[in-house]
Design a protein. Sequence first.
Length: 343
Amino acid sequence: MRKLRYIWVLFVLIFGVAKAQDTQYSQFYAAPLYLNPALTGASELTRIGINYRNQWPGLDQNFNSYSAYIDHYIFDYNSGIGLIFNGSQESMANLSTNEIGLSYAYRLKLSEETFFRIGGMVSYMQRDALFTDLVFGSQIDITNGTIGGITDELNGIPIDSRYSFVDYSVGGMFYSDKIWLGVSAHHLSEPNTSFVDDQISKLPMKLSAQGGIKFDLAGGRRNYFTHAYAERSISFAFNYKQQDPFNQLDVGAQLNLEPLVLGLWYRGLPTKNELPNNDAVIGVVGVSLENGLNIGYSYDMTISKLGLKNSGGAHEVSLTYTFLWGDSKSRGQRSRIVPCFKY
């Protein structure tokens, strides 16, 4: 019984059992396929992106997440196809999660100014853990405070554990040239992620809703001779996530003075519940170059009880490159792309 109890505590503290949460990117629009499968091909070009997040570097045990994707829009079929790689690593038990997914989205024209995208994704996921660095109660000598090297707590569990499963996600997005509103659902089958035989540890379904509105500002012409258009706009947006039993809201604004983008976000959902839900204030700075390269950096200033001094906040970097692959006549059709944030 003691062995089972320690294993249960281990999974609660390290793996979250049925309380696990997906990685939250502050620059979630720079990870569009991860945010909502309906955004596959939403640039109506070919797009390649990379995201990296270092969560709480001030702690002894921190979290690193990364994502890479490529998607392409096929005009003849009003469809977008994409491939995504996601990964995360928690240093205490070398717990890592890796995913490769295929996504597809279809664009439906509702009117001359409004469109609807619907998409889905199927993924293969793998979780790995190395338990050799963990400390169990049977290893601690309470008399002198030393830690021994022998334990029987891991009997029945491989030192290097691995578990794989298939996952599914769907999403939809309504948009015009000024507004957008989307919903998505991840982990539809709520797969079992337990490392222990005959134990159930479901990955809860994640539901999210995102939307926003964009306002154009004056001063959009940059070059008198070439008439190259430099966007001047301000956008307000939100992203709400619910993954049992947690929920979270990101709300903020971005100012686009092309090529410079500045953003400010708040992440939290202030309530009177037992668990405070004030997480961070997030600053974003990005550069959008004419060659299709977008570079973004954001910093999360922790405002929860964890504290900025203890956590060190969070650093996040994104790179996105879009280019035209195919018929050059398609370039004039880009006015139909979703007016979402770039970061």
